[in-house]
Write a protein that binds this ligand. Structure first.
Ligand code: FA5
Length: 366
């Protein structure tokens, strides 16, 4: 027992005197490491009789926790001292001139969001926002997907743990469509908005990532029909890709919140490892890329937000921003968008001074 006490006192003294974090760690390993002396003492308990163990264990445990506490305390002191020393030695001279070439760059997704907003603003759309942490009522139920609707399962949703007594289950929004609901409830009709933002699904390959970006569009007014939707999408894509020869394919599809529903594909060709829009996707050398979903807002959704579907109709669309960025700026793997590799950003990023404007051209000169 005395031996234990004297070894403990020696260890505590060495810990208190440890001059650096490395030296402190050596002390930790010597005492509490796998082969440290305290750990070996603890192991001797296994060979003792139950009575002996009752006697010996509390003393060894106490030594262990005293030493662990002393190490934590010494570590805090050493870390604080290291920080102080760094703060004292690192200074920034704010009077020095900035480097000629700014280091930061605008991520292609941010660039494309700015471009979208510029084009849609010119068409009379306002920008709306909604929360990324949503409830299942806005993300699903109000969009005509009740609890049992099979489309819920297709969204690969990230749910938060269920909370007792909570009215709604919380989740990471799987699409920007809940912003339709929030905007209509808040603003009523008529309405003309886009809602760009992050969405989340448990999904990953070259064209799918667990977090990606969509832009929702919503127009509610009197006498709106499918022709307005087609014109809006065509006008947008021509302005966005800065080409007249864009070929869109509207494919009959199904979304619970639109009726009828159409999926939007655009024709493109592979030039080297770049995908370039244009041409009819069924022609030789061309293919179709799915950019998003759309349709006429389902009358049930209009009712759900308290509007009268006999008076108000409209269309909505949801486009994958990352996908249209890939097509415009020639990237071929979506996962690289979110790796945070500065070399990728240097290559594909945009100058912060190059604001997209319709008059100056929405396409950035990288
Ligand atoms: C929707 O999310 C619907 N909310 C779109 C919509 C809005 C339809 C309004 C009707 C009216 P969908 O799951 O198909 O639909 O996704 C839309 C687009 O998001 C896809 O076409 C694709 O461009 C993009 N997208 C979907 N999943 C991913 C992913 N994991 N990574 C990157 N982009 C994706």
């Amino acid at each position: 027992m005395t031996d234990l006490t004297s070894r403990k006192d020696a260890a505590l003294a060495a810990i208190a005197a440890a001059p650096s974090l490395d030296a402190l760690d050596e002390q930790r390993v010597a005492a509490l490491g796998k082969k440290g002396w305290v750990s070996l003492e603890l192991k001797t308990l296994g060979a003792m009789s139950a009575d002996e163990r009752k006697q010996a264990a509390p003393a060894i445990q106490a030594v262990r926790s005293d030493i662990a506490e002393a190490i934590d305390a010494r570590r805090a002191v050493l870390e604080a001292a290291a920080l102080e020393a760094r703060l004292a030695s690192e200074t920034i001279d704010l009077t020095l001139p900035a480097p000629e070439k700014p280091k930061g760059s605008i991520h292609p997704v941010s660039q494309v969001m700015d471009e979208l907003a510029e084009i849609f603003a010119d068409l009379g759309f306002a920008v709306a926002e909604g929360p990324e942490i949503e409830d299942d009522w806005h993300n699903f139920t109000a969009l005509n997907m009740d609890e049992t609707h099979p489309a819920r399962a297709m969204h690969d949703t990230f749910y938060f743990p269920e909370e007792d007594g909570a009215e709604h289950r919380m989740l990471l929004r799987t699409h920007t469509s809940p912003v339709q609901i929030r905007s209509m409830k808040k603003q009523g009709a008529p309405i003309r908005i886009i809602a760009p933002g992050r969405v989340y699904r448990s999904d990953s390959d070259a064209t799918h990532t667990p977090m990606f970006h969509q832009v929702e569009g919503l127009v509610i007014d009197r006498d709106i029909h499918l022709g307005h939707l087609k014109w809006t999408l065509e006008t947008f894509f021509k302005a966005f890709f800065e080409r007249e020869d864009i070929v869109l394919r509207l494919r009959p599809s199904y979304f619970p919140f639109t009726e009828p529903s159409v999926e939007v594909d655009v024709g493109y060709s592979n030039e080297g490892d770049r995908r370039v829009v244009g041409g009819h996707g069924d022609d030789e050398g061309y293919d179709w890329m799915e950019l998003g979903g759309s349709g006429m807002v389902n009358a049930r959704v209009i009712e759900m937000v308290g509007l009268d579907p006999a008076e108000w109709q409209g269309f909505a669309f949801g486009l994958g921003i990352d996908r249209i960025a890939m097509l415009k700026y020639g990237m071929n793997d979506l996962r690289a968008f979110f790796d945070g590799d500065p070399r990728w950003l240097e290559h594909y990023g945009f100058s912060p001074f190059d604001q997209p404007t319709l008059s100056g051209g929405v396409g950035a000169r990288a």
